[in-house]
Design a protein around this ligand. Structure first.
Ligand code: NAD
Length: 352
């Protein structure tokens, strides 16, 4: 197959982990007879420096015309001024919105050989295999009105948690679809005891649940869900939730896996190009040293092959190679080892 990919290496360690991931994709292309073309564009802080904008219209158009987009990470202290008129994260939000990617998928699996890297007790981690699905383009981060004003002589700040039924329905349908290929259990996380938007969320979860009787649906309040992720993560399968709840819970869940550097993500919409990126940031503290763990990005490329290109065998072969690499004891410094980014990728490529 032929596929057009846009690469957005971004800032910090982004370029280091993206170049290793492209080597992995090229091995896959060679082995399975595919042809991937890569268009590299600036996004984030580097784009502010070059063009005065964290995401230019041209870059967004290129992304929209691609089969999939692979992103490293954006941000860093250089662009941290809260008063700046543009910030790297703005580019990320604009990219998600511009691609219409409404569902963020974050699989969290604990590799048996890394159980000791997690702060949780080993017995809690056996069998952990969770897919958190975060609604990505609605909710508190996008609701209107928002802003500051002065009311009754007091400074006031307003954010709005707003959802339309269709926004909940499409992410819920995806959760049930993906649960069918897994353990057939959906945990819908909300705050229905307090929030009206959560009562609509729950109502639609029940509606989609009734159309999918082979999948077990449970409703869990977000505060309880945050506890369960620590006390009983192995009992969870697919977790689906609102944008801000998901932002917080996905980071909490990532701790289970031992290192941020291990975890991939996919952001999907209705048929357009998907956006794939590791869950970590640009790690300015180790940028340029060649020691970043490339696994989260390499596993993101496996998700790209699966969800955007339909290449399940190829995706699974990358995941298997990563699995074997970790089992064999290959470790970058975040996992207590000494391998460089390049050497870690070499270990994975060797097993492909
Ligand atoms: P971070 O994820 O960049 O780093 C947190 C810690 O984890 C650091 O010690 C870092 O060295 C380590 N780490 C992260 N990824 C690693 C990897 N692949 N290999 C080895 N170690 C790794 O989070 P932060 O320090 O809070 O943020 C740094 C910058 O990244 C900020 O500007 C932030 O806004 C941005 N950020 C971007 C994204 C994104 O692009 N999606 C996400 C989160 C943070």
């Amino acid at each position: 197959m032929k596929a057009k990919l846009v690469l957005l290496p971004g800032d910090g360690i982004g370029p280091e982990i993206i170049s290793e991931t492209v080597r992995v994709l090229e091995v896959i292309a060679g082995k399975y007879g595919h042809s991937f073309s890569y268009t590299e564009r600036l996004m984030g802080g580097c784009s502010i420096d070059q063009y005065g904008s964290s995401l230019t219209d041209e870059t967004l158009v290129d992304c929209q015309a691609a089969d999939a987009v692979l992103l490293g990470a954006v941000g860093g202290p250089k662009w941290d001024d809260p008063k700046a008129k543009d910030r790297p994260e703005r580019g990320l939000l604009a990219l998600r919105k511009g691609l219409g990617v409404f569902a963020n998928l974050r699989p969290v699996k604990v590799h048996p050989a890394l159980i000791d890297s997690s702060p949780l007790k080993p017995e809690k981690l056996i069998g952990v295999d969770i897919l958190v699905i975060r609604e990505l383009t609605g909710g508190l981060y996008f609701g209107w009105p928002k802003g500051r004003d002065v009311k009754d002589g007091r400074e006031r700040a307003v954010d709005t948690l707003e959802y339309y039924d269709y926004e909940i329905r499409r992410v819920m349908e995806l959760a049930f679809k993906l649960a069918k290929g897994r353990k057939k259990k959906v945990t819908s996380v909300d705050k229905a005891n307090v929030l009206e938007s959560s009562r609509l969320w729950r109502q639609i979860a029940v509606e989609i649940g009734s159309q999918n009787p082979d999948v077990t649906l449970e409703h869990v309040l977000v505060d309880t869900a945050s506890m369960r992720l620590i006390t009983g993560p192995a009992a969870m399968d697919v977790v689906v939730t609102e944008n801000m709840f998901g932002d917080i819970l996905t980071d909490e869940a990532s701790v289970l896996a031992g290192s941020m550097g291990m975890l991939p993500s996919a952001s999907l919409g209705a048929g357009g190009p998907g956006l794939y990126e590791p869950i970590h940031g640009s790690a300015p503290d180790i940028a340029g040293k060649g020691i970043a763990n490339p696994v989260g990005t390499i596993l993101s490329s496996a998700m790209l092959l699966r969800h955007s290109l339909g290449l399940e065998t190829e995706a699974a072969s990358i995941e298997k190679a990563v699995d074997e690499t970790i089992t064999a004891g290959a470790r970058t410094s975040d996992l207590g080892g000494k391998l460089s980014t390049r050497q870690m990728a070499d270990e994975i490529i060797k097993r492909l």
